[in-house]
Design a protein around this ligand. Sequence first.
Ligand code: BDR
Ligand code: CA
Length: 313
Amino acid sequence: TTPLIIDTDPGVDDAFALALAAASPEVELIGVTTVFGNVPLADTTANALRLRALLRREDVPVAAGADRPLVHPQPKLSSAHGSDGLSGARGTLPEPTRATDPRDAVTLMRELLEAADQPVTIVPIGPLTNVALLLAAHPRLKEKIGRLVVMGGGVNGGNITAAAEFNVWSDPEAARRVLVDEDVPTTLVPIDVTHRCAVSAEWLAELGRTSATAGALVGLTADYLATYRRILDLDGIVVHDAIAVAEAIRPGLLAAKPYALEVDCSHGPGRGGLVVDRRLQAPGPENLRIATDTDFDGLRAFLFERLSSLGGA
Ligand code: BDR
Ligand code: CA
């Protein structure tokens, strides 16, 4: 089993990502770190604690990280996930029986990496602030990271602005540090791929009937469903972050290509966007691949199979 750390800002699709990791024997979830993003840090952390209780994984430490971007303030929060980040339904989840870990996110990641006897996969599914701080402060620990599977970015335009995807836009300087300046083996899972793996309202309803735990998870989707109806005219949701976890569970599940990449850290309309060099003659980087394609029906079936095994009925 591969040791796994998820760095997250729950977030409805983050909740699906955590549940997928908890339901997958190929990985061992050894830590969860939280970051500001969809909602403020206090909310993302409270959500992570409740989700950990729902998934009956209170053995896994949850540590809070950055409450703001590295350099410039986040212009606004996401309105996509409802008032508390879980469609206003956090209170339907079980009360946590364990508190937040006393360590901050970077310290927890450092200690988990130092203690690991095999390469650790880190899956950042929120703004990249915590991971940028980790790599900047503890460069020698890069060798303990097997790979990063990052949900973020848009190759052909964004979702929060015309140019930018939400996670990269929330802290472009951190994203540049992680994706461009550091040299850790990374697979980037952009919205170009995640949007092709939307799940329908019917799929969700069917999943919700498989167990009480799955039912509680599906119970977090109301506002997020409304968002996707509004922004993509979809009768369903996009579970972006769960796709990154799926790739971490099954390396190579997503086809990916090495592309040279820049993150736009300017203060113009391109801020937080990716500049991807897709010219044939452009030399690709050794360590960064961008996911491009997969068997989307197969992936939806995989998500359903795993999430319907959560049990707890
Ligand atoms: C990303 O933004 C967040 O709102 C989601 O949780 C996901 O991580 C998609 O752009
Ligand atoms: Ca997220």
